[in-house]
Write a protein that binds this ligand. Structure first.
Ligand SMILES: Nc1ncnc2c1ncn2[C@@H]1O[C@H](COP(=O)(O)OP(=O)(O)OP(=O)(O)O)[C@@H](O)[C@H]1O
Ligand SMILES: [Mg+2]
Length: 569
């Protein structure tokens, strides 16, 4: 070890650059953010060799006056904040005054810029350090910033650059993250001279469709909720838009793309019981709040944030998203059904829905065919049961196919959820107690968790050293598999304990209960029973998919059927 020395400025810059300029995509992100801060309406990106050879961003923003050009490249020089108070309420993407300086330390940087009121442009360059003398140049008002030969003077870092296609992929993603949040700005992305993306100014929904695909747009619901100074808006993919990879998850805080654990958790919770297994939701969500309520100065790339009221933000995002994701069947987007393209008829019908009658499986009076005068309910009237598994119904648009077990499961789950929220499930005494064989540990579990079991609608008593008797069961379960349910609940309680079962594992638990309680396949249903099921679906939140995320019903329109039979109309 040598003596302690102050580092030369260039070395400081090169070390700092490691944090901000990780790869070409981070250069692109910083340049794009500068253009946004400059109020650009049109931004053009040109990349060469995945951005490693050149990242260039052109904008029509405010420009930089000649006498500030050298400063723009200097460390700790910014036009965006001047005080701690400014920092605490910062509304621009940049504020540290180090992005361009960091790039200048590890690449060849050129800025050509012209403020709107300047007679012509000026250009300045920097290669591994401070800026050279500014020279007159030609361009329209706005700025062009080019960052070439990244890491030309730091070979060790250059080795970490990946293949051109990989680096381009990262740049493309950085571009997408910014373009998605600024639909009113026009963007062009070129790679090696070829246009790979061109986006005209458009609505937020159109921009999302352009960047995330029409399939996402068709299978997502709009979110727009406010509470005080908090607002969440954007698009949330339904279970049908879910993917195998978490590659379409865009969350923004005040226009800034973030990857935040708190927000990720709130989103995961909101999607929890609608997604099947490991499926990943797709979404583009924008949280807006008072800039003073969030600290963005916690991460070099500013992708993490800290909320002053973390709990409040979590609650708000969770509830806003849950609400948006839980339309009743009657309001569910037609994209819940696969044959979504011919939706208007059913949607028109949905708009006219009437309150649903009687509770399942009580008989509800319903004609087998559509009465002409009355408004038909959205899911129509039952025609028949197919192989003991599916319910066929006729509605205004055509044929409705329902997976009766899956649908019933969802209905029960939502009912039980609501009941638990009110304090507990309603219990119904059994005329003949159901007896089940139980191990000593089960008997002990039943005694220890009497209260939790009662909350869940079960009353158990010890019938013998190896026997338990179910004396009361959840009212929802009438006719279901009472002993099986008791066994499943005891297993849960044994493994996780009452507190966790009722809180963290609540939805898993309710899904298990619903599964035991729901009508089994092969049970013959009468037409009134089937109609009651349809009416309940119309009233139930999230009834478009079962507790495991599979769809519960499909619409086959007359047009679909005509197509099937090659029948022209
Ligand atoms: N495209 C641009 N148009 C107009 N001014 C720009 C542009 N790019 C940079 N500037 C000016 O140069 C300054 C330095 O930019 P730089 O990105 O280094 O820092 P910053 O944006 O202020 O903060 P941060 O380091 O957080 O990005 C900015 O404050 C801004 O005044
Ligand atoms: Mg910046």
């Amino acid at each position: 070890m040598g003596a302690i020395r102050v580092m030369p400025e260039l070395l400081i810059g090169q070390i700092a650059a490691g944090e901000v300029v990780e790869r070409p995509a981070s250069v692109l992100k910083e340049l794009l953010e500068n253009s946004l801060d400059a109020g650009a309406a049109e931004i053009q990106v040109a990349l060469e060799a995945g951005g490693a050879r050149r990242v260039q961003v052109d904008d029509d923003g405010a420009g930089i006056p000649r006498d500030e050009l050298a400063l723009a490249l200097a460390r700790h020089a910014t036009s965006k904040i001047a005080s701690l108070a400014d920092l605490e309420s910062v509304a621009t993407m940049g504020f540290r005054g180090e992005a361009l300086a960091s790039m200048a330390a590890v690449a060849r940087v050129e800025i050509v810029s012209r403020p709107r009121d300047a007679a012509h442009a000026w250009s300045v360059t920097a290669e591994g350090g401070a800026a050279r003398e500014a020279r007159p140049a030609a361009r329209a008002p706005g700025s062009t910033v080019a960052v070439a030969d990244l890491y030309f003077n730091t070979p060790a870092r250059r080795k970490f650059l990946r293949a051109e296609a990989t680096e381009f992929g990262h740049c493309d993603e950085a571009f997408r993250r910014i373009a998605l949040a600024h639909p009113s700005i026009a963007f062009t992305l070129r790679h090696n001279g070829r246009v790979s993306s061109h986006l005209a100014p458009q609505s937020a929904a159109a921009r999302a469709a352009a960047l995330l695909g029409n399939a996402f747009a068709a299978a997502s619901v709009a979110v727009d909720a406010s509470a005080g100074a908090l607002r969440l808006h954007g698009l949330a993919g339904t279970p049908q838009a879910a993917r195998n990879r978490a590659d379409a998850q865009y969350f923004y805080v005040n226009g800034r793309y973030v990857r935040d654990r708190l927000l990720a958790h709130a989103v995961r919770e909101a999607y929890r019981d609608t997604l099947h297994g490991e499926r990943q939701p797709a979404f583009a969500l924008f949280l807006e709040l008072d800039p003073r309520a969030v600290d963005v100065n916690v991460h070099p790339a500013k992708t993490e944030v800290r909320f002053r009221d973390a709990r409040g933000v979590h609650q708000f995002v969770f509830h806003a998203l849950s609400r948006a994701l839980s339309p009743t069947a009657a309001e569910a987007p037609v994209s819940y059904a696969a044959f979504a393209s011919q939706g208007p008829a059913i949607q028109a019908a949905l708009a006219m829905r009437e309150p649903a009658p009687a509770a399942w499986p009580a008989a509800a009076p319903a004609p087998a065919t559509l009465p002409a005068a009355e408004k038909a309910p959205p899911l129509g009237y039952a025609l028949a049961q197919l192989h003991g598994v599916y319910v066929l119904a006729q509605n205004e648009a055509g044929l409705v196919l329902v997976d009766m077990h899956a649908a019933h499961e969802r209905i029960l789950m939502e009912k039980m959820k609501a009941a638990l929220d009110r304090g507990g499930l309603e219990r119904q005494s059994l005329l003949v107690p159901a007896v089940l064989r139980a191990e000593a540990l089960d008997v002990a579990t039943a005694e220890e968790n009497r209260e939790a079991l009662e909350t869940l609608g079960l009353e158990l008593s010890v019938a013998g050293p190896n026997e338990l008797a179910v004396r009361a069961a959840p009212a929802q379960l009438s006719g279901g598999d009472v002993a099986g349910l008791a066994r499943a609940l005891l297993a849960e309680l044994r493994e996780f304990g009452a507190a966790r079962v009722l809180a963290a594992r609540r939805n898993e638990l309710l899904a298990t209960m619903a599964c035991h309680a729901a009508v089994r396949a092969n049970r013959a249903l009468s037409v009134p029973e089937m109609n009651a099921l349809l009416r309940e679906m119309e009233e139930t939140e999230r009834s478009g998919s079962c507790n495991h995320g599979r769809p519960t019903w499909y619409q086959l329109t007359l047009a679909d059927l005509d197509k099937l039979f090659l029948r022209g109309r």
